[in-house]
Design a binder for this molecule. Structure first.
Ligand code: MG
Length: 348
């Protein structure tokens, strides 16, 4: 099939996250073909990314053929090359992720198979999911047995808040649960070392993003003192080229690429090859969204998918109709062709 039209849209979100996400949150990519099949993808980079796609990538894509996974790979290489002057990391790759996912959706629909079947042999029936957020009681009620809470470092008193939150989480979810902490790049080397001591009785599975993605050597030096807690990260890294630096510096115990930011499935497969070469576990960022879920069930990713239920009574935007929810702490993609979801046109 031949690509006839590409359009990126920034949805009319009602429940938008704050800060940089206000105008730069997730975009929808729609790719049309000459046989009437339409592919949808989800990318990052917001309004800036929409411009990149509609005013550059669309020119590269029109009239290209998409009949095999190899075709998608060639298109990926071409877009990557053409965007090198302003790309390689950040918004250009976030935009490209949306394109890549839309192409996989197209191919799945054309072959009438779910995307996970195009990726490889399905090796997980349902995936254990972990709830990220600030409403642990509700998550436990819903049946989650794994939970990650945010913690930010502002002052010395924040040791106490981290201890308190860890204690509460451990009490709510019990001794067997996985408990993780996302520090969103606000801890530093000294804080992380002290936290390892303060929190050692709570059996924290990982500390996420303790430093920035530019501090790879520093993170590699923290791994020993954090043990058995893992030092994780990677949601702000891009493509296999970026992850090669993480591998070469031995910076992280566990990788968390975001499939809608790091270059889509095509980049993820190469990132997984790198991870496998050093036996590094991969737990995709927001892996419980439909895009990551298809990859997780058919690849060497860990049996763990992040979901963000928010809080009990919060308003939510249901952008993708048919996207599965976690049930009793497990989540699974449906077996419809492509990613198996439809766009809620009211939001676009
Ligand atoms: Mg994070």
């Amino acid at each position: 099939m031949k690509i006839t039209n590409i359009k990126a849209v920034y949805p009319k979100y009602k429940a938008i996250p704050s800060s940089w996400r206000t105008h730069l949150w997730q975009i929808v990519v729609k790719i049309e073909t000459d046989i009437g099949i339409v592919g949808y993808g989800y990318g990052g980079g917001g309004k800036a990314s929409v411009e990149v796609i509609n005013h550059h990538f669309s020119e590269i894509l029109v009239n290209q053929n998409v009949d095999t996974v190899d075709d998608i790979s060639k298109i990926w290489d071409q877009i990557y090359f053409e965007s090198i002057p302003y790309g390689r990391k950040g918004i250009a790759i976030m935009a490209m992720s949306g394109i890549d996912l839309a192409l996989w959706d197209l191919l799945g629909k054309a072959e009438k198979v779910p995307v996970y079947q195009l990726i490889g042999k399905r090796n997980k029936d349902k995936v254990r999911s972990y709830a990220t957020g600030t409403d642990p009681n509700w998550y436990a009620e819903m049946g989650f047995t794994a939970h990650k809470f945010p913690h930010r470092w502002y002052s010395d008193q924040d040791y106490d808040s981290a201890i308190l939150q860890s204690k509460i989480a451990r009490e709510i979810f019990g001794p067997e649960a996985l408990i993780m902490i996302d520090t969103y790049m606000t801890w530093n080397t000294e804080v992380t070392k002290s936290m390892s001591r303060h929190l050692k009785d709570f059996g924290i599975y990982w500390f996420e993003d303790v430093l920035t993605p530019d501090d790879l050597n520093e993170q590699s030096m923290l791994k020993e003192s954090a043990k058995p807690t893992l030092i994780s990260g990677g949601e702000h890294e891009f493509t296999h080229h970026g992850f090669k630096d993480i591998l070469n510096t031995n910076a992280l115990d566990l990788w968390q690429p975001d499939i809608t930011w790091c270059g889509g499935i095509t980049a993820m497969m190469k990132i997984l090859d790198l991870a496998n070469s050093a036996n590094i576990p991969v737990v995709p960022h927001r892996g419980g969204e439909i895009w990551g879920l298809h990859l997780i069930v058919s690849s060497s990713c860990d049996d763990l998918a992040e979901v963000l239920p928010g809080t009990r009574d919060a308003i939510k935007d249901n952008l993708w109709i048919g996207e599965p929810n976690a049930e009793n702490g497990f989540i699974s993609p449906n077996n419809k062709p492509g990613f198996g979801v439809e766009l809620n046109e009211e939001l676009c």
